[in-house]
Design a protein around this ligand. Structure first.
Ligand SMILES: Nc1ncnc2c1ncn2[C@@H]1O[C@H](COP(=O)(O)OP(=O)(O)OP(=O)(O)O)[C@@H](O)[C@H]1O
Length: 250
């Protein structure tokens, strides 16, 4: 049996009297891309909040790399390598693309045995080497000396992902990485995310676009009204008539 990098078991969460998550369990295997889909209000953001410890769950447990996250603060979770983009990223418009990465070099953590997408970076020369490598992976090397303010929205998204990669995550949580990106660039973002997987990164992302889910994900988990209603290979899950009815309104 393949051990999962992230394991969510029996998670429940209510806000006041409103039960938002009911007994949610899922596994994310290392080195894969897992898509999380579900109608508006089905609990996707709340699940991300619980996983990253922005919210406490009322019941259940989240385990990362074999260790329970109970009781940890969000920054301590991030330090273990479980990182969500909005937590830490901010594109500074008046800095160059390269400078935007180097800002993150100083706070980067070392992770022994990581590949280029999950390795270590300090300040100085090491941080610069890593920044160049990540700009290359994200297709931004040619823009390294441009001001970030001049980037397209999609390029800024790629820069945000590169910033967070400076921190050496082991699992990256992305909330709708394609949102607002024009269709031409969406293909590029898909390719860049796949390139990260090739380098050993593990991704869990909220995504609504069905063709994107088919192209990108190894596994899709469907959340409906706070419960996992399906999970498995994209081809199986996204063609399931129950899923199509709940999610696509068919
Ligand atoms: N802090 C909170 N206090 C009270 N209710 C909340 C809170 N956060 C979320 N909710 C409620 O929980 C439910 C699930 O919300 P959540 O944002 O997790 O869903 P979602 O699947 O991410 O939705 P969307 O696709 O619209 O982002 C909604 O009914 C929402 O109003």
């Amino acid at each position: 049996m393949v051990e999962s990098l992230l394991s969510v078991r029996g998670v429940a969460k209510s806000f006041g009297g409103l039960r938002v998550l009911h007994d949610v369990s899922l596994d994310v295997v290392e080195g894969g891309i897992t898509g999380l889909i579900g109608p508006n209000g089905s609990g996707k953001s709340t699940l991300f909040d619980v996983i990253t410890r922005y919210q406490r769950c009322d019941a259940g447990r989240v385990t990362f790399a074999g260790e329970p996250l109970d009781g940890l603060a969000p920054h301590a979770v991030a330090r273990r390598g479980l990182i969500r983009t909005f937590q830490l990223t901010r594109v500074f418009p008046s800095l160059t693309v390269a400078e935007n990465l180097l800002v993150f070099a100083r706070s980067a953590r070392a992770r022994p045995g990581g590949g280029p997408a999950a390795g270590k970076a300090g300040g100085g020369g090491e941080g610069e080497t890593r920044a160049v490598e990540l700009l290359d992976v994200m297709g931004l090397l040619g823009l390294a000396h441009r001001e970030a303010a001049g980037l397209s929205y999609g390029q800024q998204k790629l820069l945000e992902i590169a910033q967070v990669l400076m921190l050496g995550p082991r699992l990256l949580l992305l909330d709708e990485p394609m949102a607002g990106i024009n269709p031409g660039l969406a293909d590029e973002v898909v390719d860049r995310l796949k390139a990260l997987r090739t380098r050993g990164m593990t991704l869990l992302l909220v995504e609504h676009d069905i063709p994107v889910l088919h192209r990108l994900c190894d596994q899709v988990v469907v959340l409906n009204a706070g419960r996992v209603m399906a999970g498995g290979a994209p081809g199986e899950v996204l063609d399931d008539p129950h899923v199509r009815e709940a999610f696509l309104g068919e």
